[in-house]
Design a protein around this ligand. Structure first.
Ligand code: ADP
Ligand code: ZN
Ligand code: ZN
Length: 794
């Protein structure tokens, strides 16, 4: 009998989307566990790949290849995560390996620069040398050796670029010293050794332990070495968390006394911790104190010895937000978001894995945080599209949350002022439990008044293109009262571009069917899809005319207009250009929070989560741009955005006013945003969805096929349509194939097919069949995306 390991290897292909059997060699028997990473030889060339052990059995092994080495001492994936991957595989149409990798910090996943792993270039003799057979390998030593070897290969030019294990995985440490008092006091030091005497006196007086580098700064290495050699000073290496900076300077804060509505919600939710319960949908108007509710729920969870995950949209993960959690729960909190370096992410992950962190606050992928014994999962701003991952594996954090909540009997709470239509509908059908907060938590804060300004009423009277006279007047008033103003420019589906006034030429990306966006800060024209960049033309590239004009209401232009009209005002601009640098986003917010500026002018990124008491005016410069996009969710998105941004006004004692400028004042999304009536919007939108047969009345799957030849893209799309027709019942509606609204990007033509269904037994099977189809020889050049419940039809 031999020990056999079932291993999922790191090749995202249909043929490899199942565990392969490998023999566990004798000398590695002690190391094998389910959930550890391994290197295994694979395929004809026996190239080495990373893989995960997903199962073990005893059997007679005939001709199985042996595992080459283990990368972990402790499993990096636990049983729950392996189960989760199995469950996700049914609705997320990407391979198991992609799902498993998504659960881990990037540092633990192999990256293959070329087609194969650099280690594959080791000869067997070399391997013998570096991984001697009979010694059980220490994972860290292994990595050390590997990195040396790889450095050597790199130098010899045998591989082009390798990610050195050492660079990638290193755990950051700091040296600490501890004083051995007895030895220090009795140590003999000659009278002329002034420095040594000084250092001893200093240590006795000031410090029994501390950071070695502080001591070095004072007395230098040699003096320290003297004490170390004498045994009076012990030096040890301590692991440091790179994300530690978060926790510095955050003052602790107390729980607020909940109002009646809040208390009722907390009571109902916490009663369900540890019970199998339906998810909760918490609909709470902006400023109703949802975050305070979350904090109380988590407190209860921790009291029960359990743990919690809080998901927040990436853009809302500001220090202002995270500090609310850190100030209550201190070092028990781990923060996970994409702004962290790989090393920091790895540190946070280990903090969670080791049980040190009990509350994870993070963006979408934090849903995979390796917490045990989860008591609550909270999804704030549950309607946000960012909870859906837009690359493989295309999972929705909400679905993963539900699976994890079921496993742990944890409560799942989804909160929003403007829940997604789907979630709200589920609450109607009692699939979710419906909870509401109808009032602002601060009794003096009122829901702001919203007024609509029809651009068309002011044609010819406008001083500046982006601003109607009433809005300018309102701004002036606030400036006089030393109150603050937030202005939002809705840039979805909209950007500045260059057009020739003589021939009408628009400067498009050569690779994509979309105009290039003007960036004044870098003085370039950029494509937001493929990254193409060029200088700003002085003359029309088409007719050479010099009357080329810059169009569009970019934030830069609005900024210039404002600065001209209100030269005394201090204006901050917040958009992709001004927040490119790490930390820039929070610097701007801090500045505004400290009232070092009067006006915050920005894109969508200012709409969320900001809680500044002195803001009494919010202006939306252009409500329309997101309204007319070819996507059935465009009204929903517009309504959500307007409600969110309106919610930034009047959050404390001073009343708030909101102006929305638009060309479509009668559109229901704008009218109902004015009324701040989510429930009415929900009803109306549902009637439209029913008429048109869109979610939540139907489920959808989007398929996108891309190819550099438009002809082939079309032809293959019809082929896939045919396969779907064959496999699916007549109840299913198939739409398309149609070109995507942006028909070409990266020099690829995109066609889409939309599958609409209510119940369909053959769906999974049919879609897996399409996955198989993509592997066929003739189809390998076609890029196929299968997206379950696509959030974005552009
Ligand atoms: P939401 O997340 O629903 O927009 P927040 O949790 O940010 O609302 O709360 C809005 C404001 O009300 C915050 O300044 C918060 O400190 C305050 N707040 C919340 N709950 C209470 C309460 N029970 N009593 C007093 N103030 C509260
Ligand atoms: Zn492009
Ligand atoms: Zn021209």
């Amino acid at each position: 009998m031999t020990k056999i390991a079932k291993i999922i290897v790191d090749i995202p292909l249909m043929q490899t989307d199942k565990p392969f059997s490998y023999e566990v060699p004798e000398h590695l028997l002690d190391l094998v566990q389910v959930g550890v990473r391994v290197h295994v030889p694979f395929g004809k060339g026996n190239r080495l790949l990373q893989g995960f052990v997903v199962g073990l059995e005893d059997a007679d092994a005939a001709d199985l290849k042996p595992i080459r080495e283990f990368l972990d001492f402790e499993p990096v994936l636990n049983a729950e995560q392996l189960l989760l991957a199995d469950q996700m595989r049914h609705t997320v149409f990407s391979y198991k390996i992609s799902i498993l990798k998504a659960m881990l910090p990037g540092l633990l996943n192999s990256k293959y620069d070329k087609e194969f792993h650099p280690l594959a270039s080791l000869s067997d003799e070399e391997r013998q040398l570096y991984f001697p057979k009979n010694s059980p390998l220490l994972a860290s030593e292994l990595r050390e050796e590997l990195s040396l070897k790889m450095a050597e290969l790199l130098k010899a030019g045998k591989v082009e670029q390798v990610y050195l294990a050492k660079d990638r995985q290193t755990i950051k440490t700091q040296k600490h010293y501890d004083v051995n008092l007895q030895l220090l006091e009795t140590l003999e030091i000659a009278g002329r050794a002034k420095k040594r005497l000084e250092m001893r006196a200093w240590l006795l007086e000031n410090s029994q332990s501390g950071l070695l580098k502080d001591l070095q700064a004072l007395y230098g290495r040699e003096v320290i070495k003297f004490f170390e050699d004498a045994g009076a000073l012990n030096i040890r290496e301590v692991e440091v968390s790179r994300a530690h900076a978060y926790f510095k300077d955050v003052k602790s804060s107390n729980f607020l006394q909940l109002n009646e509505e809040q208390a009722a919600v907390v009571e109902q939710v916490t009663a369900a911790i540890g019970q199998a319960s339906k998810p909760f949908l918490l609909e709470g108007v902006t400023g109703s104190g949802k975050t305070e509710v979350y904090l109380h729920i988590i407190d209860k969870v921790l009291q029960q010895g359990k743990t919690a995950i809080v998901l927040v949209p990436e853009i809302s993960l500001t220090p202002q937000m995270t500090n609310r959690f850190i100030s209550r729960f201190g070092e028990q909190v781990a923060i996970m978001h994409s702004g962290l370096s790989d090393g920091e992410k790895f540190d946070e992950w280990r903090k969670v894995k080791s049980g040190q962190a009990k509350v994870v606050v993070g963006a979408r992928s934090a849903i995979f945080a390796p917490l045990e014994n989860i008591g609550a999962i909270i999804i704030d701003e549950e309607h946000e599209a960012t909870y859906k991952q837009e690359s493989n594996p295309r999972y929705h954090a909400r679905d993963v949350a539900q699976l994890r909540a079921d496993y742990h009997k944890a409560v799942l709470v989804m909160g929003s002022a403007t829940p997604s239509i789907e979630s709200r509908a589920r609450a109607s059908r009692e699939v979710y439990q419906f909870l509401q907060l109808t009032k602002r938590a601060n009794p003096n804060a009122k829901i702001p008044e919203v007024e609509i300004l029809d651009f068309r009423d002011y044609i010819g009277q406008q001083e500046a293109g982006n601003f109607t006279p009433p809005l300018l007047e309102a701004i002036e008033e606030r400036l006089a009262k030393k109150e603050q103003v937030v202005l939002m420019l809705n840039r979805r589906g909209f950007s500045s571009f260059v057009m020739c006034r003589d021939c009408g030429f628009v400067d498009d990306c050569p690779n994509c069917d979309i105009s290039l966006t003007l960036h004044m800060d870098t003085k370039t024209m950029n494509c937001h899809y493929c990254g193409f960049q060029k200088g700003i033309p002085r003359n029309c590239p088409n007719c050479q005319s010099p009357s080329i004009r810059y169009y569009g209401t970019g934030t830069q232009k609005a900024y210039d207009e404002l600065a001209e009209i209100f030269p005394q005002a201090r204006i901050l601009r917040m958009d992709v250009d001004t927040t490119r640098q790490k930390g820039a986003h929070e610097k701007l917010l801090t500045k505004f929070g400290n009232h070092e500026a009067d006006i915050l002018l920005g894109t969508q990124m200012i709409a969320k989560g900001l809680d500044f008491p002195n803001v009494t005016l919010v202006g939306v410069l252009n409500a329309d741009t997101s309204l007319n996009l070819p996507d059935f969710r465009s009204s929903e998105r517009t309504f959500q955005l307007l409600t969110q941004v309106a919610g930034r006004a009047g959050r404390a004692d001073k009343p708030g006013q909101v102006y929305i400028q638009t060309y479509n004042p009668d559109h229901y999304a704008i009218q109902l945003a004015k009324a701040q009536d989510y429930e009415a919007f929900y009803q109306y939108e549902m009637s439209i969805r029913r008429q048109l047969g869109y979610p939540p009345y139907y489920f959808t799957v989007g398929l996108t096929l891309s190819h550099s030849s438009e002809e082939i893209a079309v032809q293959k799309s019809y082929e896939v349509m045919g396969l779907l027709r064959q496999g699916l019942t007549d109840k299913v509606k198939l739409l398309g194939p149609t070109p995507k609204p942006i028909a070409r990007t990266h020099n690829l033509y995109h066609y889409q097919i939309l599958v609409k269904y209510r119940f369909e037994d053959h769906l999974e099977e049919s879609l897996n069949r399409i996955l198989d189809w993509t592997q066929e020889k003739d189809n390998q050049k076609v890029r196929v995306i299968i997206d379950h419940e696509p959030q974005n039809l552009m």
